[in-house]
Design a protein around this ligand. Structure first.
Ligand SMILES: C[S@@+](CC[C@H](N)C(=O)[O-])C[C@H]1O[C@@H](n2cnc3c(N)ncnc32)[C@H](O)[C@@H]1O
Length: 381
């Protein structure tokens, strides 16, 4: 799809069902996203990103942020809690129109329609942070590659780009029939220190959110990473939900795979997508490591992490906006196509290096669905 068709498709999504087109939760299709829940996902995502950046050996300045492919401003608005001036850029006039409507920060949040295959609207060396999630994956790589080069151009020296992009596609039929086995761990390996970087105390019932968790190997042998998601005995981070009396409400919720082998005493930062219970109330969110089909680490003597979470119904400062979105969603227009693309990891690293960037960290970040091996890159100019 060329840029003109890409723009037409996203403009139509923005007119038909903008919030679902941005976060394609099946239960939220047809204008069924609650606007407050929707923006809350942005607040949680950005808080986790700031924690993630704070844990890296880089000096993040909080002056000027660009949210590339901002949609209706889910993330741009959230960045305003952390930076002085936030710019959102999008190719779809309908999305920019909604972003301006939802803006709660006046001149501190500015939205720009950009129909070009570059970011010529911004001068060189002018941003402290460029962030992009769920955007570059939807355009032909000739465009995403050009925008990544532009990220490097517009960043100040020392500025940081964090963005998500799939690498290779992994169709289910391509996966090996006979998946490999991760070696069974000895008893002394089931030891982990689990520290969530930031967990909001209040979450919205039925929502999905991603938290960042640091996990340290306190055992005496390495934890090998699985080669495929079908490998048996994978070593993963997972979470449970318990009610306030400590009874299990949900035993198997999210899972996050190890991005690499983790040696004794090493630690690793993992992004874990969790589903908040549907019923409001007080819960314990328990995080633990597991060797699949073998044991949770807790059952072998390790200590799980527990956080008390209030699961609340939506708050409602957004009534008129909700109505607007419902009306837009009800129009009877055929649905446009949402294309998916990836660029192999080594090519991304080469491209960024050639454009003056230095890769600081890359994490597996499966935002593009299980058919893709997807990454979140962190690059310093
Ligand atoms: C799935 S949404 C994600 C929105 C936002 N990043 C978020 O996570 O809330 C993708 C957005 O990227 C925008 N987009 C797609 N191609 C673009 C391009 N070439 N330049 C700027 N924005 C683009 C779309 O219009 C849409 O708003």
């Amino acid at each position: 799809m060329d840029l003109r068709h890409l723009q037409a498709a996203w403009h139509r999504f923005g007119e038909m069902d903008p919030l679902w087109a941005i976060l394609t939760h099946p239960a939220r299709k047809g204008g069924r996203w609650d606007i407050a829940d929707f923006f809350e996902t942005g607040r949680v995502e950005v808080a986790a990103v700031m924690d993630y950046l704070g844990a890296l050996p880089i000096g993040l300045q909080r002056g000027r942020v660009l949210d590339f492919g901002c949609g209706v401003g889910r993330l741009t608005q959230a960045f305003c809690d952390h930076a002085a001036e936030c710019h959102g850029v999008d190719i779809a006039p309908s999305m920019i129109r909604l972003a301006r409507r939802y803006n709660r920060f006046g001149e501190r949040a500015r939205y720009h329609l950009n129909e070009r295959p570059d970011l010529a609207l911004f001068a060189d060396d002018t941003f402290d942070l460029v962030y992009s999630n769920l955007v570059l994956q939807h355009m032909n790589p000739r465009y995403s590659a050009a925008y990544m080069r532009e990220f490097m151009r517009i960043l100040k020296p020392g500025g940081i780009a964090v963005f998500q992009l799939p690498g290779e596609q992994r169709a289910a039929s391509d996966l090996p029939d006979a998946a490999a086995d991760v070696p069974l761990l000895p008893a002394s390996a089931f030891r982990a220190r689990i520290r969530p970087a930031s967990i909001p105390r209040r979450m919205l019932a039925g929502s999905r959110t991603t938290i960042t968790v640091r996990v340290q190997n306190l055992g005496d042998v390495a934890w090998p990473a699985a080669q495929t998601p079908r490998d048996r005995f994978r070593i993963e981070l997972g979470n449970h939900w318990l009610d306030q009396d400590g009874h299990m409400v949900c035993n198997d919720d999210g899972r996050a795979a190890l991005p690499r082998t983790v040696h004794p005493q090493e630690d690793v930062s993992l992004s874990l997508a969790i589903s908040v219970p549907d019923a409001i109330g007080s819960y314990e969110l328990e995080l633990d490591m597991v060797q699949e089909q073998v044991a949770w680490f807790q059952s072998r003597g390790s200590t799980a992490s527990r956080s008390r979470i209030t699961v609340a119904d939506r708050h409602l400062p957004w009534h008129h906006a909700i109505e607007f979105v419902r009306r837009s969603a009800s129009r009877d227009v055929p649905e446009p196509v949402m294309e998916m693309y990836g660029i192999p990891y080594p090519d991304v690293v080469r491209l960024l290096t050639a454009a003056g960037g230095r890769l600081v960290d890359a994490q597996r970040y499966d935002a593009a669905g299980e058919q893709w091996i997807s990454y979140r890159y962190c690059v310093v100019k």
